[in-house]
Design a protein around this ligand. Structure first.
Ligand SMILES: Nc1nc2c(ncn2[C@@H]2O[C@H](COP(=O)(O)OP(=O)(O)OP(=O)(O)O)[C@@H](O)[C@H]2O)c(=O)[nH]1
Ligand SMILES: [Mg+2]
Ligand SMILES: [Zn+2]
Length: 298
């Protein structure tokens, strides 16, 4: 006798299993049939119960978007599915790395994900740091929403809440920028504790060790991730890299050669725009650095 399949949402991934939430909000620890694509957080699945609290995923429903990262043997591993937007979190402490920010932005631009830049720990800004932050972020403010917040004082949290409402969002950013702290200001305490309990491992107490999905009280979902460069530039070629620098786009069709890499190529309109101050030099320098990191043949 076959058991009817149930609908579920993958809310976490542990070593060998996935936590699947059913329509009542109950969680089941599941494994996946070998023939299904490797599930990830945010996946809508069809599954069947095998034992109390346990089950097996038999189908992963088609994904609206899929974020991947490099895995073992050069293969891409799924990170999160069905996202609308990525919140790239930086803070005055630990010092931010704009190359990493650009890398996240390039990935978002090439995966149909809306990026938002969130500057947390704004309470730590003294006038000198404020000046530096403003200078650094000027090219970004012209391209993307930038939200300034403090998980500690609550500053800017209402605007953040509004930006998340009814969307599927994920945090990305270095360890220690305050992603989990922000999550705690947005989600009822009870839900966060349950999530953390089920993610308990032998590693650091506060550091997030696995991507985990939470429901926002106002509607929408938010995925907290561990603070590592989760996506890298896997699967991005030089054209996608340039496309990921949004401000380059109007110039790219005007380059003389259609395989222009915008370095020292003859008749490069992007480079000319940099020289004429129409494109930020700092962003262009970071583009060159990331270009240098791509595999030779791309
Ligand atoms: N001053 C200040 N400290 C903050 C703020 N937000 C978080 N912190 C502190 O920053 C530290 C790291 O916060 P977490 O929320 O664990 O950072 P995370 O980004 O989740 O780190 P990982 O899970 O390792 O990726 C903690 O000691 C927090 O108390 C803030 O707005 N202001
Ligand atoms: Mg965390
Ligand atoms: Zn060019």
């Amino acid at each position: 006798m076959s058991v009817p399949l149930r609908s579920g949402l993958v809310v976490a991934h542990y070593g060998r299993g996935w936590a699947v939430e059913d329509e009542q909000g109950d969680i089941f620890l599941c494994h996946a049939l070998r023939r299904v694509p490797v599930p990830c957080v945010g996946d809508r699945v069809r599954w069947e119960q095998t034992d109390p609290g346990h089950g097996r995923i038999v189908e992963v429903l088609p994904r609206k978007t899929l974020l991947t990262r490099p895995g073992r043997g050069g293969r891409l591993r799924p990170v999160a599915a069905n996202l609308d937007q990525v919140l790239i979190v930086i803070a005055p402490e630990p010092p931010y790395d704009l190359l990493l920010v650009d890398q996240y932005l390039v990935v978002c631009e090439n995966h149909d994900l809306t990026p938002l830049i969130v500057v947390n720990k704004i309470d730590l800004l003294d006038p000198a740091r404020r000046q530096r932050l403003n200078d650094d972020l000027a090219p970004y403010r012209a391209l993307y929403p930038v939200l300034e917040v403090s998980a500690k004082t609550g500053l800017g949290i209402t605007a953040l809440r509004d930006a998340l409402k009814d969307k599927a969002s994920m945090f990305a950013g270095q360890s220690g920028v305050g992603k989990s702290s922000l999550l705690r200001t947005l989600i009822p305490d009870r839900d966060v504790r349950i999530g953390e309990l089920s993610a308990t491992t032998r590693r650091g107490r506060h550091t997030t060790t696995t991507a985990m999905l939470f429901h926002l009280p106002e509607g929408g979902i938010l995925i907290d991730t561990p603070g590592v460069a989760v996506f890298g530039l896997a699967g991005i070629d030089f054209r996608q890299l340039a496309h990921g620098y949004r401000e380059f786009r109007p110039y790219i069709p005007r380059c003389r050669f259609n395989d222009c890499r915008h370095v020292d190529d003859l008749g490069c309109a992007v480079r000319k725009a940099v020289e004429q101050g129409e494109i930020s030099q700092a962003r262009y320098r970071r583009y060159l650095k990331l270009l240098g990191k791509l595999p030779e043949i791309s």
